[in-house]
Design a protein around this ligand. Structure first.
Ligand code: ATP
Ligand code: MG
Length: 157
């Protein structure tokens, strides 16, 4: 089964329109035009994208923006989820992919009492690496966060 990447991303992002609307956050999606079909475990990668989007929106204040980009590289497909949110402190950054790690545990969580388990990024890393891909994070406190992951595009290699 092959999935059109544009439809696929669009459908996943739509799941967050309610949450984003509540905070007046706009989500900008850009998928490489030259990229049509990609081959990976669609359900598992949806789980990765879902967690990254959930994290991005939950850690971003009202009226800011979230960007989702999918670009084709040599032999990879590269996904990035960028937010203009609170960011992650340098001392927390090396640990965010560890199970149960929560960078903001000392902060008051104000998202309707909704507090995650701290497993999302550990699971995301596992899924990406099971695809022979890699995931990384760049962040600056008070400015925002970018999660990047790459998957080999087996269809074209
Ligand atoms: P779960 O995903 O299991 O529901 P969670 O979202 O707390 O729970 P992770 O997705 O693993 O767990 O994220 C770990 C921690 O990293 C978060 O608790 C948060 O402190 C920090 N974090 C993750 N993404 C962002 C982001 N985009 N901006 C700021 N902090 C983030
Ligand atoms: Mg999460």
């Amino acid at each position: 089964e092959l999935v059109d990447i544009h439809d696929y991303i669009e459908r996943i992002v739509k799941k967050f329109s309610g949450l984003a609307n509540e905070k007046n956050i706009s989500i900008h999606v850009e998928v490489d035009e030259g990229l049509q079909q990609v081959y990976f475990d669609y359900d598992r990668i949806e789980q990765v994208l879902t967690n990254l989007l959930d994290n991005a929106i939950r850690h971003t204040e009202q009226n800011k923006q979230v960007f989702v980009n999918v670009v084709r590289e040599e032999e990879d497909v590269q996904f990035s989820i960028h937010d203009q949110g609170i960011g992650i402190a340098d001392e927390d950054l090396p640990f965010v992919f560890e199970r149960f790690y929560k960078a903001d545990k000392s902060r008051k969580r104000s998202e309707g009492g909704k507090s995650g388990t701290g497993l999302g990024l550990a699971i995301a890393k596992n899924i990406v690496e099971a695809h022979r891909g890699s995931i990384s994070v760049h962040s600056k406190q008070g400015e925002g966060t970018t999660f990047l992951f790459k998957l080999p595009n087996d269809l074209e290699s």
